[in-house]
Design a protein around this ligand. Structure first.
Ligand code: GDP
Length: 734
């Protein structure tokens, strides 16, 4: 019938999970006493198990908040550390060890910590109680303990013995009560002993008369009185059920002396238990009103906050997950709409055209004979020249078709898709969810990599014929010319732009001077090379003459000697070359000395500008060629390579896109949303959804506030029920 305590303990646990600064307080029983006064023994006798850490080295360093939960319908007894997440601990030795470890984790230098250890014990044999075990008061500090330790412990205890808690002041019978630190402290906060119970331990150590005198204590009267206990196991006991033995021997002890059966003398652990339950229940009852008020206030505030901040909008992890996935799917859909076949095609065409321009630059625009190309038709053209340009076109075309079009075009689309998904995963709402972002990347990768090889192969297969021959209709040709013109035009514009950029950065005049200088130097260089070549020719000629002369003079020699002769003439030759080299070096040095000093960077710019100017000239020339009559017909494709290659690019693009669309894009668009559902959506399970939702701080706060409101409402219901019952009980008494 200790319903109030039980319900309020439940309430307390709920409140604890939402309110971390303890504004909603419910009374607990706080156990204080000097070291070795028998505190642990009493607590264990109440619980019925040995579970507290034992030892001489200050084993209680943190408060232990012990919640006893009476479970009448279950035989099972177990402990739980809610903040450790160990689950049920059925072995009490394990509980003891865990408490020991937690206490010992407080460093020696600090000795005590105010951070409580939470422990719940579920058993049919315990009453519903909440008790707090505190470090024992110490008299003297030992060598390696800080001087302030005594004060630290006293401070910690003082914090806990405040209202509305009930104080269990433990004193040993064999120590003068005048010296009891526990009584001294409790008197400070509760002078009349209205909420202090005195527990006199070790009653077996004093004569019964003295014992009775202690319990009837008139020096330090307590409103709630004193209870005497004996909590020591008789020595030589097997440890099977030590507490039962303790309780039995205590019972025997008090029965053994008639003095303890007097009226007004309270002894025995059983009596203590009942007393604790009564006092706590009563205390809870008298506190009910203030708890109700506090909860009401908190609930009102939470509701108000919920209204103001969230406009009463409910939210759940599940709905957030579903929304997030929906958003992603929408974004993805928008993307696939915007990135359809025409866009894929333009991407691929662009890529192939860039490749085509590279080939033109390499095979045509930097060919010194490029200007011959438009004269190709004139009768003056030799067959050899004709062949040369036909071959150039063939080589260019196959450079384009055999450049791994399948792999490259597929990869291009794969890259675009991967990058897009990466961007989507980094945008709202997934920017808050790194784990999910990874998942999005992974599934994108999975789908794409499973398709890309096959797609590339398909594309490569279908373009195979173009590797040997590309036929084109008149319409295709006209298109090709048009695009070639526009491409070359763009290329020309880029070229001119780059040139004018150099002009503005370097300065018109300065650049012109530098260019002239470079041209002069190049001419000089060319002249020198010419001279060198002439000299070399001359010397070789001379040498040959000399050799011929020697050969005609001497008799035929054996082959061995002949070789020897040969090698020696090589020597001569080499020395001639090296001498010549030396000469040029000297010349270079001389020239460097008289040359005006130009910044090498400037000279580079000048060279760059020169190259751009030349390229622009060639492009202009090609542009007019492409626009000329010659290029109106595909028969003259040799003279119009840009147009022909544009036709080839277009054909390659068309074919590639067809397969990429079917094999890669369609598959991707089909599979990805399904994977999103499977891996990111509500199928991932409640716990994962909660975790996901809380990764978003805004959602996390919303959920936390909703959770708080829900719990407070639950608590409020419980409290109301209790208040009603209390009123009913009261009216019955009337
Ligand atoms: P704590 O330091 O206050 O927790 O005290 P303990 O419960 O560890 O007890 C200190 C010592 O007193 C231990 O050696 C216990 O065996 C002994 N002790 C505890 N209760 C009694 C008792 O009722 N009678 C006797 N004779 N010794 C006791």
């Amino acid at each position: 019938f200790m319903l109030l305590t039980k319900k309020l303990i439940e309430v307390r646990n709920v409140l604890k999970s939402i309110d971390h600064n303890d504004t909603l307080k419910l009374p607990s029983i706080v156990v204080i006493g000097s070291q070795s006064s028998g505190k642990s023994s009493v607590l264990e006798a109440i619980v019925g198990h040995e579970f507290l850490p034992k030892g001489h080295n200050m084993v209680t360093r943190r408060p232990i908040e012990l919640t006893l939960i009476h479970t009448p319908h279950s035989k099972e007894e177990y402990g739980e550390f809610p903040s450790l997440g160990l689950g049920k601990v059925t072995n009490f030795k394990k509980i003891q060890q865990t408490l020991m470890d937690l206490n010992m984790a407080v460093p020696e230098s600090e000795c005590v910590s105010s951070k409580p250890i939470e422990l719940r014990i579920y058993s049919p044999n315990v009453p519903d109680l909440t008790m707090i075990d505190l470090p024992g008061y110490i008299q003297i500090t030992s060598k390696n303990q800080p001087l302030t330790l005594k004060e630290k412990i006293a401070e910690l205890c003082e914090k806990y013995i405040q209202e509305p808690n009930i104080i269990l002041a433990v004193c040993a019978a064999d120590v003068d009560l005048a010296n009891s630190e526990a009584l001294r402290s409790s008197r400070k906060v509760d002078p009349l002993g209205l909420r202090t119970i005195g527990v006199i331990t070790k009653m077996d150590l004093v004569e019964p008369d003295r014992g009775v005198a202690l319990l009837k204590n008139s020096d330090y009267p307590l409103h709630l009185g004193y209870i005497g206990v004996v909590c020591k196991a008789p020595s030589g006991n097997g440890n099977s059920n030590i507490i039962q033995t303790v309780l039995r021997s205590e019972d025997a002890f008090f029965r053994g002396s008639y003095q303890y059966s007097q009226r007004g003398v309270h002894v025995g652990t059983g009596t203590l238990r009942r007393k604790l339950m009564d006092v706590l229940e009563e205390n809870m009852g008298s506190n009910l009103g203030s708890i109700v008020k506090a909860v009401q206030r908190e609930l009102d505030e939470t509701r108000y906050q919920f209204k103001v901040e969230y406009n009463d909008q409910r939210m759940s992890a599940e709905s957030y997950v579903a929304d997030s996935v929906d958003k992603l799917k929408h974004q993805f859909k928008d993307f696939t709409k915007a990135f359809g076949r025409p866009q894929v095609k333009s991407e691929i065409r662009h890529m192939l055209e860039q490749r085509m321009l590279d080939i033109c630059a390499q095979r045509y625009w930097s060919d010194p004979r490029i200007r011959e190309l438009s004269q190709l038709d004139s009768s003056a053209t030799s067959e050899e020249d004709r062949l040369y340009w036909d071959l150039q076109l063939e080589l260019s075309s196959s450079a384009l078709t055999k450049s791994g079009v399948g792999r490259q075009t597929t990869q291009r689309v794969v890259d675009i898709l991967s990058r897009t998904m990466e961007l989507l995963s980094e945008a709202e709402p997934f920017n808050n969810h790194p784990e999910a972002q990874e998942k999005i990347k992974t599934m994108t990768h999975e789908i794409l990599s499973s398709r890309s090889q096959a797609t590339a192969d398909q594309v490569e297969n279908t373009i195979k014929p173009f590797k040997y021959e590309v036929e084109c209709t008149d319409g295709e040709w006209t298109e090709g010319v048009k695009r070639a013109v526009s491409l070359v035009q763009t290329e020309l514009e880029m070229c001119e732009e780059a040139l004018s950029k150099i002009k503005t950065t370097v300065g018109q005049k300065k650049l012109r001077k530098a260019i002239n200088y470079v041209i002069e130097m190049d001419r000089e260089e060319a002249r020198r090379a010419e001279r060198k070549e002439a000299a070399l020719k001359l010397r070789t000629l001379h040498h040959q003459q000399q050799r011929r002369f020697l050969e005609s003079e001497t008799l035929p020699m054996s082959s061995e000697e002949g070789e020897g002769q040969g090698s020696s003439s090589d020597d001569v030759n080499e020395s001639v070359v090296s001498m010549d080299g030396e000469e040029t070096e000297v010349e270079d040095e001389l020239e460097a000395a008289i040359r005006p000093h130009y910044n090498p960077k400037l000279l580079n710019k000048a060279r760059e500008a020169l190259a751009l100017r030349d390229r622009a000239l060639i492009l202009k020339y090609r542009l007019s060629a492409l626009k000329s009559k010659t290029c109106k017909s595909s028969k003259n494709k040799t003279q119009c390579p840009e147009a022909f290659l544009a036709v080839v690019s277009e054909k390659l693009a068309y074919t590639s896109v067809m397969f990429i669309q079917v094999e890669l894009m369609n598959e991707f668009v089909f599979q990805l949303p399904r994977l999103m559902d499977a891996r990111l959506g509500v199928k991932m399970g409640q716990e994962a959804m909660e975790r996901f939702a809380r990764e978003n701080p805004v959602v996390g706060r919303h959920l936390a506030l909703m959770d708080k409101r829900m719990k407070l409402e639950e608590v409020w219901e419980k409290l109301n029920y209790l208040v009603r019952r209390q009123e009913e009980a009261r009216s019955r008494r009337w």
